[in-house]
Design a protein around this ligand. Structure first.
Ligand code: SF4
Length: 501
């Protein structure tokens, strides 16, 4: 029987998305100022944000006596940033960190030099920067900067910001950063630091999340910036507020939080997919519990797409809250028809070909006793390429289900994301090439229905649905209406949806 070559690590975490069948958030950011051993708090925060990026992580810390120190590593936070000997190299009351998921094109090829935070030495002192999102004009900026003499060390967008800052004539780092960010387009939530300042910025549309937290100590409060509120909870920080779209906060131990709005005001367009899938269900987004929003998506889905059945089962874990909502609204019993192996960490083994062919079964197993002879509604968060959905359907039928009905907690994903979410190219997205009925036949299920875009908007709290003139969220991967033109991709031939379509 064929064996994988010894040098080929088997990544269990890639089983569900080994062919790009899952969308991935690409990054999480976290920063702390005003507490001893800030890097330890950052490590814990990054651990809570691990779902936003599993490939690599980095922390930069500053100590008045030791200066800047940084550590960047591949792998999970828990496997690197829990070692006392390593954390001792990151002393000081100010630290920022980043977890990263590599993009489809670079998966497995990321060099350590691409792992954030990045560091730049300026005449007024050093600065480190980490960002979540994607700059849509990074290629054009990079070309221009290289023409003007900049020497890049990584392939990351964030480095463009460092080089633009280096060229600014402003006298301090926050002002240089404002200059730089006025040149960039796209989506970014930035956490940065100087020797004394923790800096947070959200792009003018506020596409990606960033929140402010506070730890009350006996002396002055310590301040925290995080991609999500769930990471505040883990370190005992209180949620203060979201950083507003287009806002920069500069935080010091002595001066607390100073806010400014360096960009032209625009209508916010937060990523609606954060509510559906990316954020953790124990986070709060826009004042709403992510779990409750997902449950409400299930309620809307049951109203829009009812079907007679015996059981509602989630595709774990992300389909769970929507399945609960569907079950409650439809009055059909909820059941854990598919069990996820919770202990499937990133374990490297050398499996036989036979084990590799088990694919999704390594992660998910059907609860045969429940499923046999039943008409089953399966609730999943999205359909990307459809390969996983097909495998799950086969597993359910193999277990003796009488009927399989898919209900999807997001509209058809027919367009790629250019704002920091790893998406296959347009022609690889099932919904870009097939109608809903064609997808149903392709997946071989008895019925397939997606929540409508209006239904999704209602579930996130927009009672009137989507405003077609001025959509309240970014929903480009569903609608094809990009709030920021993906200029780099258009240069490479990407075609926007015709206005009349
Ligand atoms: S395109 Fe989709 S995934 Fe990307 S930011 Fe917009 S809503 Fe989120």
């Amino acid at each position: 029987m064929a064996q994988l070559p010894p040098s080929h690590p088997f990544d269990f975490d890639a089983v569900r998305d080994d062919d790009g069948d899952t969308l991935h958030e690409e990054c999480g950011v976290f920063g702390v100022v005003g507490i001893a051993e800030a890097a330890n708090f950052v490590a814990l925060g990054l651990h809570a944000l691990q779902h936003r990026g599993q490939e690599a992580g980095g922390i930069v810390a500053h100590d008045p006596a030791e200066g800047f120190n940084s550590v960047r590593r591949f792998g999970y936070v828990r496997d690197n940033f829990t070692k006392a000997s390593l954390m001792e190299t990151l002393p000081g009351p100010l630290a920022i960190g980043h977890v990263r998921y590599s993009t489809a094109g670079s998966k497995g090829n990321t060099a350590i030099r691409d792992v954030q935070p990045f560091f730049g030495e300026f005449s007024m002192g050093g600065a480190a920067i980490a960002h979540n999102g994607n700059l849509t004009n990074a290629n054009a900026l990079r070309r221009e900067l290289i023409d003007r003499g900049s020497i890049f060390q990584s392939s990351s967008d964030s480095e463009c910001i460092i080089h633009l800052m280096a060229r600014s004539l402003q006298r301090d780092v926050p002002e240089r950063m404002k200059d730089a960010l006025r040149r960039v387009e796209g989506a970014y939530s930035i956490v940065a630091m100087t020797r004394t300042k923790l800096i947070g910025v959200r792009d003018p549309l506020g596409v990606r999340p960033l929140v402010l937290g506070r730890i009350d100590t006996d002396a002055r409060p310590a301040w925290v910036l995080s991609s999500e509120t769930c990471a505040l909870d883990i370190i005992g920080a209180a949620f203060v507020r979201e950083i507003d779209p287009g806002e920069m906060v500069v935080i010091t131990e002595e001066g607390g939080v100073q806010s400014s709005r360096p960009f032209e005001q625009r209508r916010a367009r937060f990523c609606i997919f954060e509510h559906v899938y990316f954020s953790r269900p124990d986070s709060i987004l826009g004042g709403r519990s992510v779990y409750e929003t997902r449950r409400q998506i299930g309620v809307e889905l049951a109203r829009e797409a009812p079907v007679e059945a015996d059981l509602v089962c989630p595709v774990p874990d992300s389909g769970t809250p929507a399945a609960i909502g569907y079950s409650q609204e439809a009055g059909i019993p909820y059941a854990m028809g598919i069990i996820r192996n919770q202990y499937m960490g990133r374990t490297f083994i050398e499996p036989t070909e036979q084990i590799r062919n088990m694919g999704v079964r390594l992660k998910l197993n059907v609860n045969r006793a429940l499923i046999q002879g039943k008409r089953v509604i399966l609730v999943d968060d999205s359909v990307v390429r459809g390969t996983t959905s097909r495998k799950i359907k086969e597993m359910i039928l193999d277990a003796g289900a009488k009927e399989v009905h898919f209900r999807i907690a997001s509209p058809p994903t027919a367009w790629p994301c250019f704002y920091g979410v790893d998406t296959p190219e347009k022609d690889k997205l099932l919904a870009a090439t097939m109608s809903e009925d064609e997808m149903r036949d392709h997946l071989g299920v008895d019925s397939l229905r997606f929540i409508s875009l209006d239904g999704l908007y209602r579930a996130v709290g927009e009672a009137g649905g989507r405003d077609p003139e001025q959509p309240q969220y970014c929903d480009a991967c569903f609608s094809g209406e990009y709030p920021v033109a993906p200029s780099d991709m258009m240069e490479r031939g990407f075609e926007l949806k015709p206005a009349a379509e």
